[in-house]
Design a protein around this ligand. Structure first.
Ligand SMILES: C[S@@+](CC[C@H](N)C(=O)[O-])C[C@H]1O[C@@H](n2cnc3c(N)ncnc32)[C@H](O)[C@@H]1O
Length: 295
């Protein structure tokens, strides 16, 4: 279950935490992060421009091909779950392709936006097989019990870095995926934070090991999970990696917009190409791992 938010600003709580270190207070206060209060900000900052277009282009390529193949093999549309779906662009497109979707987010504001885009963008939105669940993903098992079979694909994009206990989501996937199901896990890459600050000369941020982004509106997660740790989780849970891509492997690192950088289509084309190439892909702002379970 998500950790309950603690009010460390009120004086009673402050008294009782007097003897705790700053780090311990922060641990007490760590919660899953709902985007309810920053839904507009997120939509504009992340998906209002080329950054978002690159993210979606890489995910579309990685996921749609795989779904078409899997659906062809099974001879039926897939059952797909998107947890922490936010604006749910990829999930909605998969529903338009004929798959059956369960779309979840803890934030009602985020899913309201996603639902509005379904209505705006489709002539017959009621024909799409989408079920919406506004709740922490931790409550989904109870809500889904007896109502749906296990999922062929679970998408979990840019969620783990906002969870108080990210590793726990792996047990949830175990319970909800079919035996040969696939996991599409996209997560913020902490190495990109270091690399960008090296390029920008922000050595003070790299020297300051206690650095935390100002958390009210910041979209830089304070608790990212390193690639090596995610890979270790996948191994323990018996996954086999089908593909790994980097999202935004150069776009965010170029302060000087010259040459091809002035052509958004060319940037997307190059991002798609280098997203799959070593060693560039490991510097993506986000990493996307598509993995299947082997039993
Ligand atoms: C960075 S956004 C990512 C949205 C979307 N998956 C994407 O890639 O654009 C993280 C989302 O996770 C949601 N979230 C945070 N904790 C959650 C939880 N315990 N269960 C479900 N959603 C959660 C937030 O409300 C937010 O919409």
């Amino acid at each position: 279950m998500p950790t309950k938010p603690q009010d460390i600003n009120n004086s009673e709580a402050a008294d009782s935490t007097e003897n705790l270190t700053t780090q311990a207070i922060e641990e007490v206060a760590r919660t899953d992060r709902s985007f309810d209060a920053i839904a507009d900000h997120f939509e504009k900052k992340v998906y209002g421009g080329l950054k978002g277009d690159i993210r979606l282009a890489v995910l579309r390529r990685d996921i749609f091909d795989y779904c078409a193949q899997m659906s062809g093999k099974l001879g039926r549309p897939l059952r797909i779950l998107d947890v922490g779906a936010g604006l749910a662009q990829i999930a909605i497109e998969l529903a338009i392709q004929g798959h059956t979707l369960v779309i979840n987010d803890i934030s009602a504001n985020m899913l309201d936006k996603a639902q509005a885009s379904v209505v705006q963008g489709n002539e017959n939105p009621e024909k799409l097989a989408i079920t919406w669940h506004v709740c922490p993903y931790q409550e989904l098992e109870e809500k889904l019990a007896g109502k749906t079979e296990k999922f062929d694909l679970i998408m979990c994009h840019a969620l783990i870095e906002w969870l108080a206990e990210p590793i726990e989501v792996m047990d949830f996937f175990d319970q909800q995926l079919t035996d040969n199901g696939a996991l599409s896990l996209c997560f913020y890459n902490p190495a990109s934070f270091d690399y960008r600050n090296l390029i920008m000369g922000n050595f003070n941020l790299l020297d300051n090991t206690a650095y935390k982004a100002d958390n009210k509106k910041s979209l830089t997660p304070n608790h990212p999970v390193a690639k090596e740790e995610v890979e270790a989780w996948l191994e323990v849970h018996h996954y086999h990696t089908v593909l790994a891509s980097g999202l935004r492997v150069f776009h965010d690192y170029s302060p000087l917009k010259r040459g091809g950088h002035n052509d958004p289509e060319a940037v997307i084309r190059m991002e798609l190409r280098y997203s799959q190439l070593e060693p560039y892909k490991w510097l993506g702002r986000y990493l996307h791992i598509l993995a299947t379970r082997h039993n």
